[in-house]
Design a protein around this ligand. Structure first.
Ligand code: SF4
Length: 439
């Protein structure tokens, strides 16, 4: 719904009680999906429902867990990232099963909780433990759930088709709002009852969109607030086809009962390929078996890349960064604040053990080549950055090493700043050799 269409349904008194200065301002926010109709106290229930349905994101949100480690999925509005962006990265939850010794379940949960990968200035982590009931014993399932709970507020996914086992586990961990898998044609009434009682998100599982929509409608009518769809794929190709179909339906708002985030269990699908497919093709929650570290690193890196807003490259703060304890005679290397450039260069400098200063200027997160081509990196920016950072007071010399791709700017930077300019290599991998030779 467009802002003017929304505006027509508002009271138009500009009373400001919604927190916006005018009804029109509120209408614009509502139409953009940045606020909900409940903020205006003067709308009747019918109008609220109409506005809520027309202005909410086509894929509804679902939150798993509580506390700092909880995560939200859904709220997506496009098929392809380049159309705008993807908002909520998929949660990757590592499976453990309740037939394993409880000590092993605890160890797995602690490993998942503690894994942190630092990449381009961000901490990449896993999202939770998926506990599968293989024992068929509700008490055993509950005991394993309790053990996971002792590892802090790590989000949980409980997997079994047996409502009795879920009931036992939820008694001990329902307050942590685990994701419940799965409601099917056979058990949905009991599953929906449990999800409603504990306020948990619920996965519904069926092979066709019609069955999924029917189950989702039944569970929402039963009072379940957050739903995910499991299209029960048999192969990776199956998942990609079904997930694409479901996302298309959701984005076009062709079927409101399919407007939910998706669920994927990679266990039987060939894990690495399935995990990559899930990240690329719309999974909101992905259950994976324990993975070797290279697979995990690849998945976390892929997810980070896909779920970065293409309009906002990851950036570091502009400024002067000392590397390897430089003195006042250490070389100064000009770089840009695109995180990937910064951390790549930093890695090579640290490995080369060469004391120097990284002098990072603000190109709004653009790489050197793009910033030079787009006019974001020029002599004025370098001059202003030298002045604002106090670079001249940091070192005793007046020589700036600029990236090879910025070579066309060398003369202009010298004229504008009065600093000598040396042109460094284009490839960061050659920087240590360049500095050692003192070319
Ligand atoms: S609370 Fe309602 S009536 Fe008041 S300004 Fe906001 S939208 Fe308009």
């Amino acid at each position: 719904m467009k802002a003017l269409e929304v505006y027509k349904l508002l009271p138009k008194t500009n009373c400001k009680e919604c927190g916006f200065p005018t009804c029109l301002a509120f209408a614009m926010k509502l139409a953009a999906g940045g606020a909900g109709p409940e903020r205006c106290p003067y709308l009747d229930e019918e109008t609220k429902a109409l506005l809520g349905g027309a202005t909410r994101p086509p894929v509804r949100a679902a939150t798993v867990g509580v506390g700092a480690r909880s995560f939200t999925v859904g709220e997506e509005i496009v098929m392809f990232r380049h159309e705008k962006t993807f908002y909520h990265r998929p949660g990757i939850m590592v499976c453990a099963d309740d037939t394993s010794p409880l000590e092993e379940v605890r160890r797995n949960a602690e490993e998942v909780r503690d894994l942190v990968v630092h990449r381009v200035g961000q901490d990449l982590t896993l999202d939770g433990i998926a506990l599968r009931c293989e024992s068929g014993d509700p008490d055993r399932f509950a005991a394993a759930s309790m053990v996971v709970g002792e590892c802090g507020d790590l989000p949980r996914l409980l997997i079994t088709a047996d409502p009795g086992a879920h009931a036992a586990a939820l008694k001990v961990c329902g307050q942590f709002l685990p994701l419940i898998h799965a409601a099917t044609a056979e058990n949905h009434e009991e599953m929906a009852g449990l999800a409603k009682r504990y306020g948990c998100p619920l996965v519904v599982r069926a092979e066709t969109p019609e069955e999924l929509a029917d189950l989702a409608a039944r569970c929402t009518a039963a009072g379940v607030r957050a739903i995910l769809l499991d299209p029960a794929p048999r192969t990776v190709g199956d998942f990609v086809a079904r997930a694409s179909h479901l996302r298309e339906h959701a984005v076009k708002r062709a079927s409101p009962d399919l407007g939910y985030p998706l669920y994927l269990d990679t266990t039987t699908l060939g894990t690495d390929a399935a995990l990559a497919a899930g990240i690329l093709r719309y999974a909101g929650v992905i259950a994976v078996p324990p993975l070797p570290r290279p697979s995990l690193l690849a998945a976390l890196t892929l997810r980070q890349n896909i779920y970065t807003d293409p309009q906002k490259p990851i950036q570091v703060t502009p400024g002067i960064y000392p590397v390897n304890n430089p003195g006042r005679d250490a070389p100064v290397l000009l770089s840009v604040n695109f995180s990937l450039t910064y951390f790549t260069l930093l890695g090579y400098l640290e490995a080369g053990k060469i004391p120097c200063y990284l002098f990072v200027v603000d190109t709004a997160g653009l790489s050197v080549l793009t910033a030079v081509a787009g006019g974001k990196l020029d002599e004025d920016l370098v001059k202003k950055s030298i002045e604002s950072t106090g670079l001249a007071g940091t070192v005793d010399h007046r020589t700036l090493i600029i990236p090879g791709y910025a070579a066309p700017l060398s003369g202009r930077i010298e004229d504008a700043t009065g600093w000598n300019v040396r042109v460094g290599p284009r490839d960061a991998a050659e920087i240590a050799e360049f500095l050692e030779k003192g070319e």
